[in-house]
Design a protein around this ligand. Structure first.
Ligand code: Z5A
Length: 210
């Protein structure tokens, strides 16, 4: 039976998820929680292999449906091998991206119908969802500028501005539908202010969780 909590980080490119994961880690340590840190696509040996196929440039013309199915193949493995066993042992799971990213990228970005994604979600997750999702939101131009300062772009980062506008809007739509679970963090601000928002949301969540 699930005892730990499942927290996810979401956002467009350059939103600062990697930077903010360090803050989540710190908050877990301060609260004395036993936690595991993971990511999607990936998180398991098979998932990391799928990640390379998904993000690399080898399969540049991959069909949208293939991309969607590989995301869920990675997720099925991740859930069975890592996320659910950890939660059942009372650990907290901190995950860099999860199914909201599929709705945003494959749904909003690629234009795959939400009903198809929902069907896969129902099959693979059987109603399982994150307990808390931090959506790092910022204008697309700002995110891409931050991301552009890093290494060579992956297959997703090579998409056009319009793609990321749709991704951002899909994320905001998801937050509007599930305000109790998805908390919007203004990621356009200075790092200190972003981390303060995260601390406030997570501490509030911790206070209301056993
Ligand atoms: N994907 C998908 O399509 N469908 C799915 O279902 C899933 C994923 C699960 C891999 O994700 C790709 O998979 C992703 C969507 C797709 N698309 N792409 N690309 P990823 O999470 O591994 O890749 P990413 O989005 O590029 O994340 P990242 O590399 O971890 O970047 P980030 O976490 O958003 O940003 P960061 O590295 O923390 O920060 C970027 C820079 O900004 C860095 O230099 C920081 O120092 C700086 N920064 C951060 N915060 C600030 C603030 N507040 N002020 C100023 N500068 C800042």
């Amino acid at each position: 039976m699930k005892q730990g909590s499942f927290i996810t980080l979401e956002g467009i490119e350059g939103a600062g998820k990697t930077t903010c994961m360090a803050q989540l880690r710190l908050l877990m340590q301060q609260a004395g929680k036993n936690y595991v840190e993971t990511r999607e696509p990936g998180g398991t040996e098979l998932g990391e292999d799928l990640r390379q196929l998904l993000l690399g440039h080898k399969h540049i013309g991959m069909a949208d449906d293939t991309e969607l199915l590989l995301m869920f193949a990675s997720r099925a493995e991740h859930l069975q091998q890592k996320i659910l066993p950890a939660l059942n042992q009372g650990q907290w799971v901190l995950c860099d991206r999860f199914t909201d990213a599929t709705y945003a990228y494959q749904g909003g970005g690629r234009g795959i119908a939400c009903s198809r994604i929902q069907a896969l979600e129902d099959w693979v997750q059987k109603g399982f969802k994150p307990d808390l999702t931090l959506l790092l939101d910022l204008p697309v131009e700002q995110g891409l500028e931050r991301a552009g300062k890093r290494s060579a772009p992956d297959r997703f980062e090579s998409e056009a501005m319009e793609f990321f506008r749709k991704v951002r809007q899909s994320y905001l739509d998801l937050a509007g539908k599930e305000p109790g679970r998805v908390k919007i963090i203004d990621a356009s601000l200075d790092l200190e202010e972003v981390l303060a928002q995260i601390t406030s949301v997570v501490n509030n969540f911790l206070q209301n969780k056993p």
